[in-house]
Design a protein around this ligand. Structure first.
Ligand SMILES: Cc1ncc(COP(=O)(O)O)c(C=O)c1O
Length: 304
């Protein structure tokens, strides 16, 4: 993107100055992992708040450890680099931040045993990702990757080909978003977001053992449902037809935020409109993300 800066090789530099080889293993083999973070602009306070940034960098460093991508920065240093990068752009709108850790070497073999570990952080303004309040979803025929194949928990770049194939299939069939099943037929997640259902007054979401990414928005939604709405939250496996029988279904994710799913596989969910639990959680989520609920002030790191 023009006139943008990135954090690369320990410095903030113009994006146009970063050149990565076509032979780079991160590019050739997907040897990398990444994060997606949002910073929310609050126009009343004229402040930008990075949302749960520490947790995102903790997850990135954990992923890097699993994948043998040795990044020489602490969580605090990565947070500081991101704050500096956001300040450099002087953003006055909500922003999406993309830290990407990868193997930079040009060697032809896809080994993780080399010392060329890199991280780049770039960012861009991003409002609503889907631009809709209600989505129609369908299960894809592509199976979700497993922890023993390409661990989804680590948000590996290569896994997004699995996500891309799922989206391609269902979007071409006229739906808004895909849902994955695991090999043993459990509801997993969407291509880039977690899934929840409301059934008989309880909020239920698949457990980490069903090959989901342990979403930070998912965690926020679970906290808000318990603490603010007094709803029981359960992490357990869900089957496909149980989702059809739900009173409400919704997605959660950094890019997606909180969005209702009103139809799954051409079956209407509940009333066929955004339900009350999703609506309340979405409102609470945006209040928390813009530091309006003091109880959750720790989730928001002011940039200016
Ligand atoms: C596959 C997948 N699942 C779930 C999520 C949601 O995670 P988070 O809420 O931490 O953004 C994402 C987005 O990062 C994702 O890519």
């Amino acid at each position: 993107m023009e006139n943008m800066y990135v954090f690369y090789d320990g410095k903030i530099v113009p994006e146009s100055e970063v050149h990565i080889s076509i032979r780079c293993k991160g590019f050739n083999y997907g040897l990398g992992c990444f994060e997606g973070i949002r910073a929310y602009w609050d126009d009343a306070e004229k402040q930008l708040y990075a949302f749960r940034m520490r947790e995102h960098y903790e997850r990135l460093l954990q992923s890097c450890k699993t994948l043998y991508i040795n990044i020489p920065y602490t969580v605090e240093e990565l947070c500081q680099a991101t704050l500096d990068l956001l300040k450099k752009h002087n953003f006055h709108s909500t922003v999406y931040i993309r830290p990407l850790a990868f193997k930079g070497s040009d060697q032809i073999f896809p080994t993780l045993l080399d010392d060329d570990n890199r991280i780049v952080i770039y960012c861009q303004p991003l409002g609503s990702f889907v631009g809709k309040d209600e989505l129609r979803a369908a299960f894809t025929s592509w199976e979700r990757l497993g922890d023993n194949m390409l661990p989804p928990r680590t948000k590996p770049t290569a896994a997004y080909l699995n996500s891309g194939l799922a989206s391609l299939e269902v979007v071409r069939r006229g739906y808004d978003e895909a849902l994955f099943l695991t090999r043993n037929g459990h509801v997993c997640e969407g291509p880039g977001e977690n899934v929840f259902m409301v059934r008989k007054g309880k909020l239920i979401t698949p457990p980490p053992s069903d090959n989901i990414l342990e979403g930070i928005t998912r965690d926020t939604v679970m906290i808000l449902a318990r603490e603010e709405l007094g709803i029981e939250v359960i992490e357990r496996s869900i089957t496909r037809t149980e989702l059809y029988a739900a009173d409400e279904v919704f997605f959660s994710g950094t890019a997606m935020e909180v969005v209702a799913v009103v139809e799954v596989d051409d079956r209407r969910i509940g009333t066929g409109q955004q339900g009350p639990v999703c609506r309340k959680l979405k409102e609470l989520f945006f209040q928390v993300a813009t530091a309006r609920l003091k109880k959750y002030a720790d989730f928001c790191m002011p940039v200016y």
